[in-house]
Design a binder for this molecule. Structure first.
Ligand code: PAF
Length: 291
């Protein structure tokens, strides 16, 4: 791909426009990599787009702030929207197409079909955000049907999201591979997130404690501790050093079934945390002895 090509991002706002552009790409035999987003893009999104551009012939991104995945008291109306900066980031990262539908395009009046799932979406983030994953699965299935990518790329910060999307794609025979990509972090360890921009300077200074808490559990595990409750205590004691945080959950679970881990904790187990910091609800995770 030349520098000149990299600067052109074709923005589609209607489904016929998107479909005809992607049909033309496929007619040339080009494979399609897809990165769905809600905009307010950062270096984590850029790395997903770079990966899509490296792994496939054509990188397609979408920006759609999906109302279905926000609860009634959540931040839908104030979710950051930065379309011009997003377009620049996408161009620099190597995206060729951007799909930017309106709400009425995604959910025309009368839409009454949604995707459900049992079990996996009821724990962790799904417990505090009961309608969230239904909304995520519904929009992601629609986006996959619209774009029909060969591979779709998701960040591992949203571990549960990536897991439930992989499960949906498998259960519903969606012909797309799901690739989960490593978490991109600020230099002080904070996982990149569009919601980090809600933090005040004081909150931002405490934010790295989220990752530090996970690493405290990791160190204890590597030192031989196998009791999940003791590992959780190591992590919560570390987070307590940053008193502006309020923990939503901090749990050790099976990385595939998301069942709570009984003793002993094992290498590869998921340590997942969500905590409120000011107006932001931040999440992070690690896999014991693997990260
Ligand atoms: O992770 C996100 O940004 C969103 O949940 C997604 C996958 C784009 C669906 O709206």
């Amino acid at each position: 791909m030349t520098t000149a090509d990299r600067r052109t991002v074709y923005v589609s706002r209607t489904l016929p426009e998107l479909r005809s552009r992607l049909r033309a790409e496929r007619a040339f035999g080009r494979s399609i990599g897809f990165v769905p987003t809600m905009g307010a893009l950062h270096a984590g999104h850029a790395s997903l787009v770079q990966r899509a551009a490296a792994a496939t012939d054509v990188a397609v991104a979408s920006i759609f702030v999906n109302p279905l995945q926000f609860g009634p008291t959540e931040d839908l109306s104030r979710y950051p929207r930065t379309p011009e900066a997003d377009l620049e980031l996408l161009a620099a990262a190597g995206a060729k197409h951007l799909w930017m539908p309106e709400v009425a395009t995604m959910y025309p009046p009368g839409s009454c079909t949604s995707v459900g799932m049992k079990g996996l979406i009821d724990v962790l983030c799904g417990r505090s955000r009961p309608t969230h994953f239904g909304g995520v699965l519904t929009v992601v299935l629609k986006l996959l049907l619209q774009v029909q990518p060969d591979i779709a790329f998701f960040g591992r910060k949203d571990y549960q999201q990536a897991l439930v999307i992989r499960r949906m794609v498998r259960d519903l025979d969606v012909p797309t591979c799901i690739e989960t990509c490593l978490i991109v972090r600020e230099t002080d360890g904070l996982a990149m997130s569009s919601r980090n921009r809600y933090l005040t300077a004081e909150e931002r200074a405490q934010a790295p404690a989220l990752r530090a808490a996970l690493l405290a559990a990791q160190s204890a595990f590597l030192a031989g501790e196998r009791r999940p409750a003791a590992l959780v205590r190591e992590a919560s004691d570390r987070l307590a050093l940053a008193p502006l945080f309020r923990i939503d959950y901090l749990e050790i679970r099976d990385p595939e079934t998301l069942e709570l881990r009984d003793e002993p904790a094992r290498p590869g187990d998921l340590v997942a945390i969500a905590a409120h910091l000011g107006k932001a609800r931040l999440i992070d995770n690690l896999l014991l002895a693997q990260d």
